[in-house]
Ligand binder design. Structure first.
Ligand code: NAD
Length: 258
């Protein structure tokens, strides 16, 4: 199930953090991998470091033309896409009453428009190839729970559950599965940046943010790791039948149970 030999995977936001770990795991499992990111130079470097058949793709996931052009390039150079991980994301920490409309729209554009545009492009290739495929949307524990100061992030991550369920229904006839992967806190740049920001908003120390906010509701007070999420992404990509579709897989040290 974890052998991806002959498959083509495109991972967005793959120049850093979770996306990079997933792209590397897919490459190790034998897939040809497109490392797509708005940070193009970094994406190219990550792909080069990966070895094997990997290419870096410049892609702002909020830009329709960049998404469609990027997928066309992947099809030309690696073949049509079998696995999409729509992972690019940012975080904005702000009380709702202070949040600007511009920041709200930016967050929804990256997480929701990005998931729509990349899923549409991937599904078109999966239908045309006749091979179907696996669409994985990067959710979060915040696809299921809410936290203060993260209104647009929580709204967007909840929204991805709906999108994945529609993709599962519409894609089934063509062998396309879709699932949402929901990590707990993983120590990536996205998280390192928000520890001092949350400390400021809450008026507590950074250690207290980690212990009493981020990890409070886990079963063991532990961060989720890049390896945990890469393993789960490998499982979702390689699962052999449409029995596993329209679901969310929550990998959070028990922070959220459902
Ligand atoms: P990260 O900051 O390490 O990486 C995010 C990547 O996305 C960066 O390389 C960045 O350049 C890229 N990106 C940002 N905007 C983009 C755009 N418009 N187009 C293309 N690429 C863009 O963050 P991460 O922690 O690895 O987060 C990856 C995903 O995982 C996000 O969707 C995030 O919400 C989700 N997530 C993270 C955590 C966590 O604790 N780190 C937990 C749950 C979910």
């Amino acid at each position: 199930m974890n052998d991806l030999t002959g498959k083509v995977a495109l991972v967005t936001g793959a120049a850093s953090g979770i996306g990079r770990a997933i792209a590397a795991a897919y490459a190790t499992a034998g897939a040809s991998v497109a490392v797509a990111d708005i940070a193009h130079d970094k994406a190219k470097q990550v792909a080069a470091d990966m070895g094997g058949r990997a290419i870096g793709i410049a892609m702002d996931v909020t830009d329709e033309a960049q998404v469609d052009d990027g997928f066309a390039r992947v099809e030309r150079e690696l073949g049509s896409v079998d696995i999409l991980v729509s992972n690019a994301g940012v975080q904005i920490i702000s009380p709702l009453v202070d949040l600007s409309l511009a920041d709200w729209k930016r967050m929804l554009a990256i997480h929701m428009d990005g998931a729509f545009l990349t899923s549409r492009a991937a599904m078109r290739q999966m239908v045309a190839s006749g091979r179907g495929g696996s669409v994985i949307l990067m959710g979060s524990a915040h696809s299921h729970v809410a936290s203060k100061f993260k209104a647009p992030y929580v709204a967007a991550k909840h929204g991805l559950l709906g999108l994945a369920r529609v993709i599962a229904k519409e894609g089934a006839a063509d062998g396309i599965r879709s699932n949402v992967l929901c990590p707990g806190f993983v120590r990536t740049p996205l998280v390192e940046k928000q520890i001092p920001e949350q400390a400021r908003e809450l008026g507590i120390s950074e250690e207290e943010v980690v212990r009493d906010v981020m990890l409070r509701d886990t079963v063991d007070g532990e961060f989720t790791t890049l390896e945990d999420i890469a393993d789960a992404a490998l499982f979702l990509a390689g699962f052999g039948s449409k029995a596993l579709t329209g679901q969310s897989l929550v990998v959070t040290h028990g922070w959220h149970m459902h």
